[in-house]
Design a protein around this ligand. Structure first.
Ligand code: SF4
Length: 546
């Protein structure tokens, strides 16, 4: 067995310290290769903008924001730091986090200290640990969804790395002897890869529950109090084109557990992954490969044995995804305003408007797992002033467009080193092409879940979309179809190496067949019903370009 070199790096890092402190003091604008791996555990990636060889490398910093919940002051701190040390933009991620891009190594410490002053951290946002715990957004202040806050905070706290390295290196915190630190849950070499938790209410899939390593869907007793959870396990998106040993996977449902079993079950799942995950090949390390290899029944029995719990077989309620955008009523009489943010990119007029709205009206903020931002607790009497503010900044509020509302794109070019193709920058153009194609086929009133990523890692969850483009070469995408709007089914590829110029023609073929079959069905259900082989044949004959 040959362990991945990253395993030795983790083991010898003195709990994630490595040579980071010495390198931080050096005038070199770049971290060493080993340290570039290690800083991921601290929540940032060193990046080199494509086509900008003359510029120094920069860092992307990602927040670990449980449930994407922020106060107005915390949002303003991120905004301010992006102007002071970043590229004056913010990115919303598909896991309810904020990212700063373009931070120079020399400004890293000041940026992290600025976040710390606002009680924000990047520790554990990346790396081989339990990442940010996601949560169904609650713009309505629904009492059932509100009970998830405590669950998510508990998980986030419980599954944080013990290592004091972050505080010592970036925050000038008190020093601790690494020999005396004990990573009880993760061990000296941490996890084989990342581990993702997500929490929602059973029946409300606002988090893409089935794409997570461990999903928890809460149920409530007759008085409305949290009773327990349905547990899902083994979801994950990443794969490599042309390598059938890697694949996206939707999670299996293990069954229902009482609320008291939450931490024992979560600990059992993480510890099984820690011991059974592949530490030789990081491409095949995620929990989904353990479960695919050993079977759902084996995993379920192993969790039951470790946690001392028996999963109860209960029927799952039907899933839905309630819209969270636009003006929404809250149970306390205030309003929420959900804003659709294309590609999760906050810049220019939108950024200025959000800054003013946060400073003036002091709303709570919740980020959604669809890269959107929701302002919470706005007073009814301020609605007109808020609308006027956005209009004054040249970003007038409009009725949410269903296609844009559910669409997602990853950051891709030019910032992500893994990207083959465009992601967020190309999203508006792709959405226009989708709208035109729907119109041409008489489907103007229909919509679908569309996602685009710059590579097969699938950060914007393309493999559970109804239709998705996944960057394959520098000039082409793979086309996936067949997920369902509720995020419970895997999409499948129907075209490879599709040039962006040929996307409209492919859409015409697909939408014409959908219109003919049953346009009242969702596009994803129509595509899944037809199946990959029929759809491939349908797409093979090149139609005229519209
Ligand atoms: Fe980068 Fe690929 Fe993730 Fe997009 S999907 S952000 S290109 S790693």
């Amino acid at each position: 067995m040959t362990l991945s070199p990253i395993e030795a790096l983790k083991a010898g890092s003195r709990h994630l310290r490595g040579t980071l402190e010495a390198e931080l003091a050096s005038p070199d604008p770049s971290f060493s290769k080993d340290s570039q791996t290690l800083v991921k555990f601290h929540g940032f990636y060193q990046q080199k903008e494509r086509g900008a060889a003359d510029k120094p490398p920069v860092l992307m910093l990602r927040g670990r924001i449980p449930g994407g919940r922020l106060s107005a002051a915390q949002y303003l701190a991120w905004d301010d730091l992006s102007d002071r040390y970043g590229d004056a933009t913010l990115r919303l991620t598909s896991r309810q986090s904020l990212e700063l891009h373009g931070v120079l190594k020399g400004d890293l410490k000041a940026t992290l200290q600025g976040l710390d002053a606002a009680l924000q951290t990047t520790k554990g946002a990346c790396g081989d640990v339990v990442r940010t715990v996601t949560q169904a957004p609650n713009p309505w202040l629904r009492p059932d969804l509100a009970q998830l806050d405590a669950v998510v905070d508990r998980l986030a706290l419980h599954f944080q790395a013990v290592s004091n390295a972050y505080a010592e290196i970036w925050l000038d915190g008190e020093r601790v002897n690494p020999e005396q630190e004990q990573e009880k849950l993760f061990g000296a070499t941490y996890l084989p890869r990342k581990f993702k938790f997500s929490v929602t209410v059973a029946g409300e899939n606002l988090v893409d529950l089935y794409t997570n390593d461990l999903g928890l869907a809460a149920t409530f007793d007759a008085t409305g109090l949290l009773e327990g959870f349905f547990v899902t396990a083994g979801g994950g998106m990443g794969m490599t084109h042309g390598d059938p040993t890697t694949f996206p996977r939707v999670a299996d449902v293990l069954g229902w557990i009482p609320a008291v079993a939450l931490i024992p079950v979560a600990e059992a799942a993480v510890s099984i992954f820690r011991e059974e995950g592949n530490r030789e090949d990081r491409k095949r390390a995620r929990l989904k490969y353990v479960i695919a290899r050993k079977g759902r029944a084996w995993f379920q029995a192993a969790v039951e044995a470790r946690a001392g719990v028996v999963f109860e077989a209960r029927p799952l309620p039907t899933w839905r995804t309630s819209p969270v955008l636009g003006w929404l009523d809250r149970t306390d009489g205030t309003l929420a305003l959900g804003l659709s943010i294309s590609g999760g990119r906050i810049a220019g007029a939108l950024k200025a408007a959000l800054r003013e709205v946060a400073a003036t009206f002091q709303p709570g903020v919740q980020l959604s797992p669809d890269q959107d931002l929701i302002l919470l607790g706005l007073r009814r009497e301020d609605r007109a002033a808020v609308e006027a503010l956005f209009a004054r900044h040249g970003w007038p509020l409009t009725t949410p467009d269903p296609l844009a509302s559910r669409a997602m794109a990853c950051v891709a070019l030019p910032l992500c080193g893994m990207a083959f193709t465009e992601g967020e920058r190309a999203l508006p153009g792709f959405l226009d092409q989708l709208r035109s194609a729907l119109e041409r086929q008489g489907l103007r009133d229909r919509s679908l879940v569309f996602r685009v990523t710059g590579c097969a890692n699938g950060c914007a969850r393309p493999y559970t979309a109804e239709l998705a483009l996944v960057g394959q070469t520098s000039s082409s995408y793979a086309l996936y179809v067949g997920g369902d709007p509720e995020g419970t089914r895997l999409a499948f590829p129907v075209l490879h190496k599709l040039a962006p110029a040929d996307f409209p023609a492919a859409l015409d073929r697909l939408f014409a067949a959908w219109a003919q079959a049953d346009p009242t069905a969702s596009f994803g259900n129509f595509a899944a019903g037809l199946g990959a082989e029929t759809l491939k044949r349908l797409l093979e004959a090149s139609p005229e370009r519209p």
